[in-house]
Write a protein that binds this ligand. Structure first.
Ligand SMILES: Cc1cc2nc3c(=O)[nH]c(=O)nc-3n(C[C@H](O)[C@H](O)[C@H](O)COP(=O)(O)O)c2cc1C
Length: 367
């Protein structure tokens, strides 16, 4: 049994989930505040089993990233990188700072190895977060920034609100993600519909091109929900390819409560929110395969949803993911999860006889 399983997890799981999250994040931030310690830990936990992986023009030490929402305010991104994650995605941030939904808004459902959250983009605002990135970024790792719509801004004015965030975060992020898939901001997922999405992404991509000047254009990605139909996913893919976006992150949390072991009465008591973790695993794999087929395997995909082990990560890679991310797995498995998954992936690749990382991508999804 690991140190996390035997000691830390039982302690953290006694606390309210959001309190546990804050304590874990703050402890991580202060424990690894010194560059020296971060380097020592990084030496222990960082793996590069496939050498550098190139994806949308960036170079990743390994394919396992920490997903958006874990470090919304960019207070511990250097420390997360030191835990061996190949990339860190901060946010979601919104142009207007906001407090999010009333607490409690994060719930564990251990029977299903899952979480339900309705955080509602609680964050310090993109300007404050951009400043934090500017002042504190050390080490060499890929940093993504995830932006969303401010609650006080009407859906019709979303494009300008996203653009305001994009302008602020652009200089400090290696890639930027347009989040239109959180279930916890009223109407947000409407932006995934073809017309609205085309309009929004066009505005952002035009600004992106304008800002890039002579330099290569910054990778701009969109993060989608697992609850879209196949036709809707195909429509999203068409827009993304037409506008020459860098890729799709699949997926955010689901609003579905299907196939759970947890009693319905408990789920009802918890109420609305996005479900993450094990029950999302297959659902997000299906979305990844749909994207791969719709784009002929030519569009980079970041696969996320229910990754706890190397086998889970491999399934996503075989479905077509070029990189993977996780959040809930970190809560259930602890701070060595990136190392453990990378070690496990190396073993799986060897056993299956893949000669390179690229060979495995989409190996379970014929086009
Ligand atoms: C508490 C919590 C907060 C989250 N906040 C965000 C967020 O702010 N932006 C976002 O794009 N995704 C957010 N997510 C979704 C995750 O990034 C991820 O897409 C989802 O949880 C599925 O991955 P997992 O099963 O590994 O957790 C959040 C997830 C959780 C559990």
């Amino acid at each position: 049994m690991s140190f996390y399983d035997s000691l830390l997890k039982p302690l953290l799981f006694k606390l309210a989930p959001e309190t546990a999250h804050e304590i874990a994040l703050n402890t991580l931030r202060s424990a690894l505040s010194s560059e020296f310690l971060r380097q020592k830990i990084a030496e222990q936990l960082t793996r590069s089993p496939f050498g550098e992986i190139e994806c949308f023009g960036l170079k990743f030490k390994n394919p396992v990233g920490i997903a958006a929402g874990f470090d919304k305010n960019a207070v511990a991104f250097n420390q997360l990188a030191a835990l061996g994650f190949g990339f860190v995605e901060i946010g979601t941030t919104t142009f207007h700072a906001q407090s999010g939904n009333p607490k409690p808004r994060l719930f564990r459902i251990p029977t299903d190895e899952a979480l339900i959250n309705r955080a509602g983009f609680n964050n310090d605002g993109t300007a404050a977060v951009a400043q934090r990135l500017e002042e504190n970024r050390y080490g060499d790792f890929v940093l993504g920034a995830n932006i969303g719509k401010s609650k006080i801004v009407a859906l019709e004015d979303a494009a300008q609100d996203y653009l305001n965030s994009f302008n602020l975060i652009y200089p400090f992020a290696d890639y930027v993600v347009v989040n239109v898939s959180s279930p916890n901001t009223a109407g947000l997922r409407e932006l995934q519909r073809a017309n609205a999405l085309d309009q929004l992404l066009r505005v952002l991509q035009m600004r992106n091109i304008a800002l890039s000047g002579e330099r290569p254009i910054k990778p701009l990605l969109i993060k989608i929900a697992p609850d879209l139909t196949q036709t809707e996913i195909e429509a999203v893919c068409e827009i993304v390819v037409n506008l020459n976006l860098a890729g799709i992150i699949a997926t955010n949390t689901t609003v579905s409560r299907e196939n759970l072991q947890t009693p319905a009465a408990k789920l009802e008591k918890i109420g609305a929110g996005g479900l993450s973790g094990a029950p999302l695993r297959q659902k997000s794999n299906v979305v990844i395969k749909t994207i791969r087929r719709a784009t002929g395997g030519n569009l980079p995909i970041i696969g996320v949803g229910g990754i706890f082990t190397a086998a889970d990560a491999f399934e996503k890679i075989a479905a077509g993911a070029n990189l993977v991310q996780l959040y809930t797995g970190f809560v259930y498995k602890g701070f060595t999860i990136a190392r453990d998954i990378n070690d496990g992936l190396e073993k799986i690749f060897r056993e299956k006889g893949f000669g390179s990382f690229q060979e495995a991508v989409g190996s379970d999804c014929q086009i």
